[in-house]
Design a protein around this ligand. Structure first.
Ligand SMILES: Nc1ncnc2c1ncn2[C@@H]1O[C@H](COP(=O)(O)OP(=O)(O)OP(=O)(O)O)[C@@H](O)[C@H]1O
Ligand SMILES: [Mg+2]
Length: 230
């Protein structure tokens, strides 16, 4: 998966963030440093949520195995209406306005300092909102993803899915990324179950079948042999 981009798509609460954290901490335990870019939560909340699932981020951050770059997304009133602004918790963006290419450079710089082989961008949604029009979305996301995906690193991106109607989604990330994993919840026999399925995986033969998974106090557990009840 080195040099490849993986999109994790799903509705709210389907487990996108937790899946990416599991991927990062598995790498960190195996000696592979990671960089996490999050655009919807502060670093403190992220670290607290990780701790709930048994992952202590502090020693990883202190030991140079993990860097968390976090930003928040605000709607700011202007004379001509509202403008989307990304507030990014990094000295670079206190002096200069936020741009996609500056963010990409920052992530690349952090990744090369840490020798990170796992890069996670949690929440493409705010970036897509910021881009607005479709052509801009295509160019911006395309450029951003291409800048991040280099030979030694696997890049995981999450995308908030509201609907699978092609008219509604910003489909570009789905075409650009090498692999797309879709997380979902299904109502079966009076209860909700979590499923994941590989929508596409370039260069590999893979099952199209959804697989059941659970979120536990230790992250994600997958049950590939369990059949989904009709
Ligand atoms: N310790 C736990 N045990 C079981 N389930 C948990 C645990 N912690 C969180 N969850 C479940 O995981 C969900 C959150 O997962 P996660 O934050 O990865 O979702 P997400 O897809 O990133 O959501 P969003 O789109 O809002 O960012 C919670 O809504 C809850 O159902
Ligand atoms: Mg999330």
């Amino acid at each position: 998966m080195k040099g490849r981009t993986v999109l994790v798509a799903g509705g709210p609460g389907t487990g996108k963030s937790i899946l990416t954290w599991h991927f990062m901490f598995s790498g960190i335990e195996a000696g592979e440093p990671a960089v996490l870019v999050s655009l919807d939560q502060s670093s403190k909340l992220i670290v607290d949520d990780m701790a709930e699932l048994g992952w202590d981020a502090r020693p990883a951050v202190d030991g140079g195995m993990l860097q968390i770059l976090s930003g928040t997304f605000d709607l700011v009133p202007r004379e001509s209406g509202y403008e989307y602004v990304i507030g990014f918790d990094h000295p670079l963006f206190r002096e200069q306005p936020f741009t996609m290419s500056r963010l990409a450079s920052l992530v690349r710089k952090s990744a090369s300092e840490l020798k990170a082989t796992r890069i996670v961008v949690d929440g493409l949604g705010p970036l897509l909102e910021l881009a607005g029009r479709r052509l801009e979305v295509r160019q911006m996301i395309y450029g951003f993803i291409r800048e991040l995906a280099y030979d030694d690193a696997t890049v995981l991106l999450t995308h908030e899915l509201r609907s699978f109607s092609l008219a509604d989604i910003d489909e570009m990330p789905y075409f650009i990324c090498d692999t797309v994993i879709v997380l979902d919840t299904l109502y079966v026999s009076g209860d909700y179950i979590r499923t994941m399925r590989v929508m596409k995986m370039r260069g590999a033969s893979h099952s199209m079948r959804p697989v059941i998974f659970k979120i536990t106090d230790h992250g994600i557990s997958v049950f590939p042999e369990t059949r989904i009840p009709e």
